[in-house]
Ligand binder design. Structure first.
Ligand code: ATP
Length: 271
């Protein structure tokens, strides 16, 4: 249990996309949740349920059509009018880690240069010392510091992406399928790293994943999405251990386990 007051407050956000044929698709509707300081929330749901859309609205990559996202009582939509300093300050509040670090890391920069660039952008006062600290924090050594993304393993690249996100001491880290592309043992290492980082820095985590086992492992609270709406939310143990909603039960039934019958997973979850 985390009794800290809400740090992140998401209130009734909605996002619709224009479709090529002229129609509109509501990817998120009336989505509301809070995350306390140092807390962790998992957002689960099948593919297309709107998880990434919500994650992107948190960091400001897409703008909600309605509703608000606030950190520490300050609405984030205002950043546009706040100038460079204001935008950087807002970026420091929430940072994001994506599934594929290859796409978000500059292929020309070594790990050390990548972190230096992020720190300089935010006018950090002690760049070199912070680079060493960050590499150490995510378990990368001198060799990795001098390596470019293609010279790193998938797990090391994700460690670097996490270090870059942490560089500016964010209050909240949003991870969108951040371990989905890694094999199981590397996944476990990254999840352990995230747990340690949360413990050491007090950063709150919003963890978007289709993998219920991963969410169970790393989050205190879970929110279940279906077709853009929230069907259930609460403590992870309760939501995934004793789900109240039939959709959550069907999601859980579709996870392979001992004695699992693939026919169960073929029942359409979307019905
Ligand atoms: N830029 C876009 N334009 C039009 N439709 C979009 C756009 N981005 C997402 N969508 C649609 O919005 C819905 C929600 O997508 P979203 O990526 O948020 O779901 P998701 O739960 O994260 O899925 P996945 O786990 O497969 O990434 C889907 O139907 C998707 O096709």
């Amino acid at each position: 249990m985390n009794d800290n007051p809400p740090l992140l407050v998401v209130d009734a956000v909605r996002k619709t996309y224009r479709l090529p044929g002229g129609g509109r698709l509501t990817a998120a509707d009336k989505v509301s949740f809070t995350v306390p300081g140092g807390g962790s929330l998992g957002i689960v749901g099948e593919s297309g349920s709107g998880k990434s859309t919500v994650a992107r609205m948190l960091v400001g990559l897409i703008r909600p059509d309605a509703g608000t996202v606030a950190v520490d009582g300050r609405e984030r939509g205002q950043a546009r009018r706040a100038g460079r300093r204001g935008r950087l300050a807002r970026a420091r509040e929430i940072q994001m880690v994506f599934q594929d670090p290859y796409l978000s890391l500059d292929p020309r920069l070594t790990s050390g240069q990548c972190l230096r660039t992020a720190l300089r952008l935010h006018d950090h006062p002690a760049v070199d010392a912070r680079v060493t600290e960050l590499l150490d924090q995510v378990g990368l050594g001198a060799r990795e510091s001098d390596a470019r993304p293609h010279e790193l393993s998938g797990g090391q690249r994700q460690r670097l992406a996490i270090a870059r996100a942490l560089a500016v001491d964010p209050r909240i880290l949003v991870l969108d399928e951040a371990v989905a592309a890694l094999d199981v043992s590397i996944q476990a290492q990254i999840l352990q790293l995230l747990g340690e980082v949360r413990q050491d820095t007090g950063v709150a985590l919003v963890f978007v994943s289709h993998d219920l086992a991963v969410v169970r492992h790393i989050t205190d609270e879970t929110m279940v999405m279906r077709r853009g709406t929230v069907v259930e939310q609460g403590p992870t143990e309760r939501v995934l251990g004793a789900p109240e909603h039939d959709y959550t039960r069907r999601l859980l039934a579709s996870v392979p386990h001992e004695g699992w019958d693939p026919a169960d997973a073929r029942q359409p979850v979307t019905s």
